[in-house]
Write a protein that binds this ligand. Structure first.
Ligand code: UD1
Ligand code: CA
Length: 454
């Protein structure tokens, strides 16, 4: 195996996206398109990976960091011109250079590997990855001679009606002999409809110079889809979603309706977990085994331990323990840590709080900026009053305390171990351990009161 290098084209603006976000940074299943490409390339272990950046260079560099080296294409004069910029980093190298576009997020390492194998087996100077498209409009077409050998690639905009009937398309991914690539790029002109230096012209130039060019046709057109507009973006999202869902189902996750289950590229899910329709797992969420999630739940950048049940709820940036029951209609906001065997019931909101093992807030509560111990019962309608309009204050509830219905705990306040706060109390002072605290107006009954009014 000779040395292998990769050039990833990511300098275009992506005019057809009509977006202030640079095209290759548009996410597919929450991962920027160009990151998908770099991940697949990285899996193959290239010696050098060069990204050509231009529009939005700084933001693209921020995304890719030191995963690749960079060259800048100051002016976007076409894909051939873009590759030429990489010469400074690849000049004099002996080996195979794979060129890929940053806007083909579905391409897999497996397919790139097959292209490389074909290229090396054929001993070609260039091998283009092609596919049969049902609707080839917009793509460059592969023009073959009467023997079926690749002659050249013609861009859609430059193609004749007859050429436009060709369904075999240029996927925009190629293998080149490194030295031949940079030698031929110097001969590429821009005499075409778009006035651009086309990388695919290298194929024809090599052919005319008597060099061997080859094509590897993948049976998976969908992998090679180039995302140029929002419609293609939504199609890519769908295909990637299906791919991710199939992966997790093969790992032992049950999905009641995969079409309505959304899992980020970076999330992980344990076996025997059930995901119900309308479940959306965002970001770097980690879900354990034997969980039951959904329907209609959203979990973002959180950790959920084994055996936890979450229905119709929203959880962000939090950690949830084992065998916890959440919902329906609970909202766990950032920086919350929920212990094991906890119950968070309907219409309960938790914010920036820790809740110890076995505690319960089963109905209609707000718990904010609080530290709650183990085995605490936070009854229906009880709330922590953490905000005075200016500052936030902390509530501490120690193990075994019982907070009665509709109690208001005015923070800062501490409720001691095993203390009992009577229903309806408004607590402004600390409650000692084991105490009963009642803080509410005494009831008076005025006998026959209503009768006197008649
Ligand atoms: C390109 C191919 C076409 C192929 C299609 C596959 C050319 C001339 N055409 O067309 O044959 O069927 O891809 O998806 O190559 N870029 C730069 N600098 C530039 C121009 C483009 O870095 O000056 C980058 C873009 O950011 C993008 C990639 O190159 O990632 C492809 O460019 P794009 O304009 O999308 O090319 P297509 O018109 O799709
Ligand atoms: Ca494209």
């Amino acid at each position: 195996m000779s040395s292998r290098f990769a050039v990833i084209l990511a300098a275009g603006q992506g005019t057809r996206m009509k977006s202030s976000l640079y095209k290759v940074l548009h996410p597919v299943c929450e991962k920027p398109m160009v990151q998908h490409v770099v991940d697949q390339v990285t899996a193959l272990g290239f010696e050098k990976k060069v990204a050509v950046v231009g529009f939005g260079a700084e933001v693209v560099k921020q995304q890719l960091g030191d995963q690749v080296s960079y060259v800048v294409q100051e002016e976007q004069l076409g894909t051939g011109h873009a590759v030429m910029q990489a010469e400074s980093l690849l000049k004099g190298e002996q080996g195979t250079t794979v060129v890929l576009c940053g806007d083909t997020p579905l391409l897999t390492a497996e397919t790139i590997g097959k292209l490389l194998d074909c290229h090396e087996k054929e001993g070609a100077k260039a091998t283009v990855l092609t596919a049969i498209a049902e609707d080839p409009a917009g793509y460059g077409r592969i023009i073959r001679d009467e023997k079926g050998l690749v002659e050249r690639i013609v861009e859609h905009k430059d193609a004749s009606d007859q050429e436009r009937n060709v369904c075999e398309i240029n996927t925009g991914t190629y293998c080149f002999d490194n030295a031949s690539l940079f030698a031929m790029l110097k001969q590429v002109g821009n005499d075409n409809v778009q006035g651009e230096y086309y990388l695919p012209d290298v194929i024809e130039l090599l052919k005319n110079a008597g060099e061997k060019v080859a094509a590897y046709q993948t049976p998976h057109f969908e992998e090679t889809m180039g995302v140029n507009d929002r419609i293609a973006l939504s199609e890519a999202e769908n295909i990637m979603k299906r791919r991710i869902n199939h992966y997790w189902m093969r790992q032992g996750v049950t999905m009641i309706d995969p079409a309505q289950t959304y899992i980020s590229s970076e999330a992980t899910i344990g076996r025997d977990t059930v995901l119900r329709p309308g479940t959306i797992i965002h970001g770097k969420t980690v879900i354990g085994e034997n969980c039951d999630i959904g329907p209609h739940s959203e979990i973002k950048d959180s950790v959920v331990d084994n055996g936890t049940v979450i229905s119709q709820s929203v959880i962000h940036d939090s950690e949830i323990g084992k065998a916890v029951r959440i919902g329906p209609f609970a909202h766990i906001r950032p920086q919350s840590t929920i212990g094991d065997d906890v119950r968070i019931g309907n219409f309960v909101e938790i914010k920036k709080s820790t809740i110890g093992n076995g505690s319960k807030a089963s109905h209609l509560s707000y718990i904010g900026d609080s530290e709650i111990g183990e085995g605490v019962n936070f009854s229906c309608g009880a709330v922590t009053v953490n905000y005075d309009g200016k500052n936030k204050f902390k509530t501490i509830i120690e193990d075994g305390a019982f907070i009665g219905c509709n109690a208001n705990l005015i923070a800062p306040v501490t409720i001691g171990k095993n203390a009992l706060v009577a229903a309806g109390s408004t607590i402004t002072d600390d409650v000692p351990s084991e105490a009963l605290s009642i803080a509410r107006a005494r009831q008076t009954n005025k006998e026959e009161y209503q009768k006197g009014k008649q």
